[in-house]
Design a protein around this ligand. Structure first.
Ligand SMILES: [Zn+2]
Ligand SMILES: [Zn+2]
Length: 221
């Protein structure tokens, strides 16, 4: 795979280039080689024959989507709300897969001190100036290229057997008696869509959360 080309594609998709985006490409590259998948263009995503199972919803996941072609929308991306830098790639034919995991600490050594300082100020504290934001984005771009070459020994690579996961079912629509909108039949309760019922789940920055009376429930960590 041409990782440099993938990083360019990923930047377009993700809106910026950043280390974890590139890490998502590197981790996918290792997983695909291990599973002997030549490229994302094997048509795998249409048939859902290969699944990418991610364990976080950060920038890394966008790198995985671009590199593997397994996306949120084509139902080949499975999200486990575990908060780990890990990807499992698995074939449906035998449910044999490979899980690649990497410690955040191992990645940090590829960041220079200035990038870490700026990350804290611009992203964590959201208090950077526009010059600092520009400087961070230039540093990120540089680190992204380094990420593509992280040696395999930095990753934990293991063969795994995955419990079968159903293919995306095709359901008929029904209609909500309150808002009048059509809605997938599995997402209607007592004639109301879940939005009108006020009780539903959502993926937000911290992971999967429950909304009750249309308000995010207090999350106990
Ligand atoms: Zn990013
Ligand atoms: Zn409704």
């Amino acid at each position: 795979m041409d990782l440099a080309e993938l990083l360019k594609k990923a930047r377009e998709f993700h809106g910026h280039s950043c280390p974890f985006l590139a890490l998502g490409i590197r981790i996918s590259d290792i997983a695909m080689k291990n599973l002997e998948i030549v490229s994302r263009d094997e048509g795998i995503s249409i048939a859902e024959d290969v699944l990418a199972i991610v364990e976080c919803n950060n920038c890394l996941t966008d790198g995985v989507q671009v590199a593997t072609g397994c996306t949120f929308g084509n139902n080949s991306l499975i999200y486990l709300d575990l908060g780990k830098n890990a990807l499992t790639l698995v074939r449906r034919s035998d449910w044999n897969g490979v899980r690649i995991y990497v410690e955040t600490e191992k990645i940090r050594k590829y960041f220079d001190r200035r990038a870490l300082e700026l990350f804290d100020k611009v992203v964590v504290k959201r208090s950077g100036s526009s010059e600092e934001l520009k400087e961070l984005s230039e540093l990120w771009e540089k680190i992204s290229w380094k990420m593509l070459e992280i040696p395999e020994k930095e990753f934990k690579i293991e063969r795994v057997k995955v419990e079968p996961i159903e293919r995306a079912p095709i359901f008929k629509d029904s209609r909500c008696k309150k808002c009048g909108e059509s809605v997938m039949i599995t997402r209607i309760k007592d004639g109301l869509c879940l939005k009108c019922s006020g009780s539903y789940y959502a993926v937000v920055g911290r992971g999967i959360v429950k909304f009750e009376n249309s308000k995010m429930e207090e999350v106990v960590l």
